[in-house]
Design a protein around this ligand. Structure first.
Ligand code: DX5
Ligand code: ZN
Length: 217
């Protein structure tokens, strides 16, 4: 399966976001972590900055909304030009209605699961979404270590997607690096978010190429 690499700009220089988006021009997506200091204990950026990023980014934006009340806020990120908008299952009131709204606005729709959130309740709804994001760390911060116990959930999600015949992507986010990406790929992920591994590398394009190669084997 072709591996898609989505570096997270959470590990970029927030005073130089346009420059740092340019550094990942070889990637498939730029992953933008939106945190509201309520759903997670950290605060990053919101819609006004996201709108500007969408205008200057050389790669499509993959918005990861770690916010309360995504039903209210997520559509605006699609309207701002996000190629993909992922909201958290734990925060959404009406995930199917929200996914339909995002798709109608021309965005892909993703549902994110914290490490302790089971995937089973979503497996009957695969036709309504474009991606499942299996968080491989507790959301909120970059630079944490990959939780190996999430691998069976990735596997279950991949099995269900294969059985369904639908083209639903499985994304992993958190602690993804040269050391962990092969296990995530082997379990069935096809979209890989990496923040510190990419922006911490000496040669960013080479790191993206290496991660893509390791995940494509
Ligand atoms: C964490 C964010 C991630 C973060 C990953 O809550 O959702 O996207 O940037 O960072 P690394 O790759 O350093 O674990
Ligand atoms: Zn993220």
């Amino acid at each position: 399966m072709a591996a898609l690499i989505a570096p997270s700009i959470l590990s970029a220089d927030f005073a130089n976001l346009e420059r740092d988006l340019g550094r990942i021009a070889d990637a498939d997506y730029a992953h933008v972590d939106v945190m509201d200091n309520h759903f997670v204990p950290n605060l990053t950026l919101g819609l006004p900055i996201f709108e500007r990023l969408a205008k200057v980014s050389p790669v499509p934006l993959d918005a990861h909304l770690m916010i309360e009340n995504p039903d209210r806020w997520a559509p605006a990120f699609a309207e701002a030009g996000a190629a993909s908008v992922t909201f958290h299952a734990e925060a959404a009131q009406a995930p199917v209605r929200l996914a339909r709204e995002l798709r109608k606005l021309g965005s892909r729709a993703g549902v994110a699961l914290r490490p302790a959130t089971p995937v089973e309740p979503y497996l009957d709804l695969l036709a309504e979404i474009d991606m499942i994001l299996v968080m491989t760390v507790e959301p909120g911060f970059g630079g944490q270590s990959f939780i190996e116990g999430t691998l069976p959930k990735i596997r279950r999600a991949r099995e269900a997607v294969s059985e369904s015949g639908l083209d639903v992507w499985i994304q992993v986010d958190g602690g993804v690096s040269r050391e962990t990406i092969e296990r995530a790929a082997e379990a069935g992920a096809n979209v890989f978010v990496a923040g510190s591994a990419v922006y911490g590398a000496e040669d960013i394009p080479a790191e993206i190429a290496t991660l893509r190669e390791l995940a494509s084997k």
